[in-house]
Design a protein around this ligand. Structure first.
Ligand SMILES: NC(=O)c1ccc[n+]([C@@H]2O[C@H](COP(=O)([O-])OP(=O)(O)OC[C@H]3O[C@@H](n4cnc5c(N)ncnc54)[C@H](O)[C@@H]3O)[C@@H](O)[C@H]2O)c1
Length: 346
C-alpha cells in the first residue's frame, strides 16, 4: 500500500480526496497540507507542507495549490524523496519549467502533471482515423458567473501579492482542451502565434479568446473559447489529417460521437509507474508546449474589455454573458479563424 499526502486540500483538492479514497487499499492517505483550515479531515493537517513531508515521508504527494505556489512546493516534495502528481498548469514560464525539470532529474523521482485529458483513450485511436495531423481546432463555450471570479485570491488575476500567477479561459478551465490539441498536433516552439483576448468583467486575464498557432512544419492549432456563454460547448476538437477528419469531445472521451472506454487516471498511472515502470502519461517534458503557449498568453497585450452593450444577463443569473458567443466559437473553430476575422468581436 502506497502512502499518499495531498497539499491543497480544499477547492479542487476535494476532487483529489475523493479520487484517493476511491483507490481503496492501493493507497493510504496519511496527511493533508493546507494554509487554510480543512474541515472534516480524518488525517493530520499541516499548514506548512515542509512539516508534513518531514513527519510523514509520504511516498506520493498530490499538489493541488494555486499555480504560483507550484514550483517551490514541487521542489520540496521531490527533495523529500516523494513522487509527485502536480496539478496543471505545472509552472508559469519556461525558466520555471527548466528549473523543475532539473529538480526532477536531481531527485530521481517521478513527476506527473494533472492534464487528465492526456489520459483519454481517444488519443491512441486518432492516428488510424486521420493519418498525419495537419490541423486541430478547439471550440469551448462555458459559463462561469460572478461567483467563479471570486473563488480564490488568484481568480481572474495575473499576479498575487506581486507574484505572477495564471488564470483565464485559455490557461485554466480550457487548458485541458488546449493541452490535448497541442499534443495531438505535435507542435512545439518556435511557432507563430496570433492571439485575441477579451474580458467582460473586472479581471486582468481573458474570459474569451481566439488563437491560431502555426508550427514550423505548417501544422495549425486554432482555439476559440469563452467562459461567458449561455449555450454549452464542452470542448470539441476537430482534428484534420492526411487521411481524414475526426471530432474529439475531450471531457467525455467521445470520438466521432462514440464514447470510448478506458480513461486512465493520472494518479493510478503514477502508481503503476512506481510499481512496474509503466511509462508516465504526462511527464513534465510533455507539457513544455503548453507552458510556452501559456507564458506567451500571459505576456501578450491585455485582454480587451467588451462594452456593456455587447453583454446581457445570463439566463441562470450570476452575471453578464455574451449573447451568441457559442455560435461564434463554433464558426471560428470550423474556419480556423480568429474572432475578428469572422466579424464576431472587435
Ligand atoms: N485538473 C483539473 O481539472 C483542475 C480543476 C480545477 C483546478 N485545477 C488546478 O488545481 C490547482 C488548485 O486550484 P483551486 O481552484 O483548487 O485553487 P484554490 O485557490 O482553491 O486553492 C486550493 C487550496 O490550496 C491551498 N493553498 C494555497 N496556497 C497554499 C500553500 N502555499 N500551501 C498549502 N496549501 C495552499 C488553498 O488554501 C486551498 O485550500 C490549480 O493549479 C488549478 O489550476 C485543476
Amino acid at each position: 500500500m502506497t502512502t499518499v499526502a495531498l497539499i491543497g486540500a480544499t477547492g479542487h483538492g476535494m476532487w483529489h480526496r475523493r479520487a484517493i479514497a476511491a483507490l481503496g487499499d492501493r493507497v493510504r492517505l496519511v496527511a493533508l497540507g493546507d494554509v487554510r483550515p480543512v474541515e472534516d479531515a480524518d488525517v493530520p493537517v499541516y499548514a506548512d507542507h515542509r512539516e508534513l513531508l518531514d513527519r510523514h515521508s509520504p511516498e506520493v504527494v498530490v499538489v493541488c495549490t494555486p499555480p504560483h505556489t507550484h514550483l517551490p512546493i514541487a521542489r520540496d516534495v521531490l527533495a523529500a524523496g516523494a513522487d509527485l502528481l502536480l496539478e496543471k498548469p505545472p509552472v508559469l514560464s519556461l525558466d520555471e519549467h527548466r528549473a523543475l525539470l532539473a529538480a526532477v532529474s536531481a531527485s530521481g523521482r517521478a513527476l506527473q502533471v494533472g492534464f487528465q485529458a492526456l489520459g483519454s483513450p481517444t488519443l491512441a485511436a486518432l492516428p488510424a482515423r486521420v493519418g498525419t495531423v495537419t490541423s486541430v481546432a478547439l471550440a469551448g463555450a462555458w459559463w462561469r458567473g460572478d461567483a467563479y471570479w471570486k473563488r480564490s485570491p488568484w481568480a481572474g488575476r495575473s499576479s498575487v501579492g506581486g507574484r505572477p500567477t495564471m488564470d483565464g479561459a485559455l490557461c485554466n478551465p480550457l487548458a485541458h482542451g488546449l493541452m490535448q490539441a497541442l499534443a495531438i498536433a505535435g507542435v512545439r516552439p518556435p511557432w507563430t502565434l496570433e492571439l485575441e483576448r477579451y474580458r467582460t468583467r473586472d479581471i486582468d486575464v481573458e474570459d474569451t479568446a481566439t488563437l491560431r498557432l502555426t508550427g514550423p512544419g505548417g501544422t495549425v492549432v486554432t482555439a476559440a473559447v469563452t467562459l461567458c456563454s449561455d449555450e454549452f460547448v464542452p470542448g470539441d476538437l476537430t482534428v484534420t489529417g492526411t487521411a481524414g477528419t475526426a471530432t474529439v469531445v475531450y471531457p467525455q472521451d467521445r470520438l466521432d460521437g462514440e464514447v470510448l472506454p478506458g480513461r486512465v487516471s493520472l494518479l493510478e498511472n503514477l502508481l503503476d509507474h512506481r510499481a512496474d515502470g509503466t511509462p508516465l502519461l504526462v511527464p513534465l517534458e510533455r507539457t513544455e508546449p503548453f507552458t510556452a503557449l501559456a507564458a506567451a498568453v500571459m505576456a501578450a497585450p491585455a485582454a480587451v474589455l467588451l462594452p456593456r452593450e455587447r453583454l446581457a444577463p445570463h439566463p441562470d443569473g450570476d452575471g453578464l454573458a455574451i449573447p451568441g458567443i457559442a455560435g461564434h466559437v463554433r464558426a471560428a473553430a470550423a474556419r480556423g479563424a480568429l474572432f475578428s476575422e469572422i466579424g464576431a468581436l472587435p
